[in-house]
Design a protein around this ligand. Sequence first.
Ligand SMILES: [Zn+2]
Length: 304
Amino acid sequence: MKHNHKLLSALLLGAASLFSVSAHAALNVLACEPEWEALTKEIGGDKVKVSSATNGLQDPHRIEARPGLIARTRNADLLVCTGLELEVGWLPVLVQQSGNAKIAAGQPGHFEAGSFVPRLDVPNKLDRSEGDVHAAGNPHIQQNPHNIALVAAALSKRLAELDPADAAYFQSRQADFSARWNAAMLKWEKQAAPLRGIAVVEHHKNMEYLMNWLGMRQVGTLEAKPGVEPSAAHLGELLAQLQRQPAKMVIRAGYQDARASQWLAEHAKIPAVLLPFTVGGDAKATDLFSLFDVTVQRLVEANK
Ligand SMILES: [Zn+2]
């Protein structure tokens, strides 16, 4: 009898939650990158259902639009992407194939994080012979936590615009996130103080915002041109350059091939450092806070 009681109340509870969902459905959000999925969860709580088009071990510049992804795009109320041409190779096609007018560029359902932050590397003139140059500036903005804070504020407003009934809920989650985030930034900046001024080599120009935040200097890239895989000739030149002007370390993202940075590390006798780059780019980077915990910790350790 006792057992039956439990079952009955479980059934009633299930029915009640089913009812509240149908009365007021959560917003369906499709993020382009894992950092925006994580941020949408922070601000949206249980009023959003969110997934990401790419994971932390995929190159966000280029992915294949599989049928499952097209279905998720069709059902989305809101896209949360970087913009700044990062997804230019796949997102426009995906949005078009989905036939979902709510999330077309320029609609409230199309949120571009990159338009809310100060941009680095905006080219004076566009020369495609210089490789896969990002014409709207460097899109890898999530590497500076101050940018995450700016995007969080804008995202909370956008969620409220699309779901006005829950505006107060989004606003209070945003205030809570922002308090925890500001405290975490102070901690990271204190821990990273010894990194100021150090010279580093990176794989692709995707760590500029991180280096700009922590005052590190980029003295070379493994790619001779953006989007062109490292060549033996270019690596040889880079090694010669480092023998004249040494760098402290060579850094790469979780999604990038390790071979070129390991080769340089071995020959230049500097550490090769793997950074998560986004949530899920490393097993320890499970949310936005641990993403920067791990990033700062790896850099500080490599600098010892
Ligand atoms: Zn890039």
